[in-house]
Design a protein around this ligand. Structure first.
Ligand code: AMP
Length: 215
């Protein structure tokens, strides 16, 4: 299956992508994770992206398109992939279309997960990341624990700079301005499946799996 997971920051794309990825054994490609890893490794890309990400703005299209071009040509994408956080602009969507055409791929599905802004701001403020492995947790999951339950790093939970309220509001604004038109782009093609992202992780994943006919 080839899938584009679409939705505002905090709507749960990453969580749903991980569930689909482990169920279908196809790679979860999160451009946010790729960029955060580059920042951590202090690569050229990471140095360029760091400040932009801290403001909640978008990394330039050409850089992002290059990243996805390389990633989709890796052998693990042959049997399918889940894109999370890409495309985020119409220019990226057009470039992706062209790339998929060249790769003779025509069966991409789009899942659009929705939620209102106040819910998103509250969800994001309520989550913590592990500094070591990047895994995201909600505060209730951490509940007094000092070691990351994914990688066992000690005292590694933190609120990402781009998860602070002012930055989240900017990310939502950027989403409305740049990313919503991407949805129109796919809606014109008629292949968008919209899912209400309110509810527990299990409730939402049940709806996603049903829409995608994943058993
Ligand atoms: P995410 O974890 O998907 O919310 O991404 C975190 C940040 O990475 C975003 O706020 C952007 O600064 C940057 N980013 C991720 N994906 C893209 C993309 N496709 N285009 C531009 N910037 C991106």
């Amino acid at each position: 299956m080839r899938l584009i997971l679409f939705g505002a920051p905090g709507v749960g794309k990453g969580t749903q992508a991980k569930l689909i990825s482990s169920k279908l054994n196809i790679p979860h490609i999160s451009t946010g994770d790729i960029l955060r890893q580059a920042v951590k490794d202090q690569t050229q890309l990471g140095k360029k992206a760091h400040e932009i990400m801290n403001r909640g703005d978008l990394v330039p299209d050409d850089i992002m398109i290059g990243i996805i071009q390389d990633r989709l040509h890796k052998p693990d994408c042959e049997k399918g992939f889940i894109l999370d956080g890409f495309p985020r602009t119409v220019k990226q969507a057009i470039a992706l279309d062209k790339l998929l055409d060249e790769m003779k791929i025509s069966d991409v599905k789009v899942v659009n997960i929705t939620a209102n802004d106040d819910e998103l701001v509250s969800r994001i403020g309520n989550r913590r990341a592990c500094k070591n492995c990047g895994q995201i947790f909600i505060l209730q999951e951490i509940d007094g624990k000092t070691n990351c339950t994914n990688c066992n790093a000690e005292n590694s939970f933190y609120l990402r700079d781009d998860d602070k309220e002012a930055v989240v509001r900017n990310r939502l604004q950027v989403f409305r301005e740049n990313t919503k038109p991407v949805l129109d782009f796919y809606e014109d093609k008629g292949n968008v499946n919209t899912i209400d992202g309110l509810g527990s992780i299990t409730e939402v994943s049940k709806k996603v799996f049903e829409k995608l006919d994943i058993i």
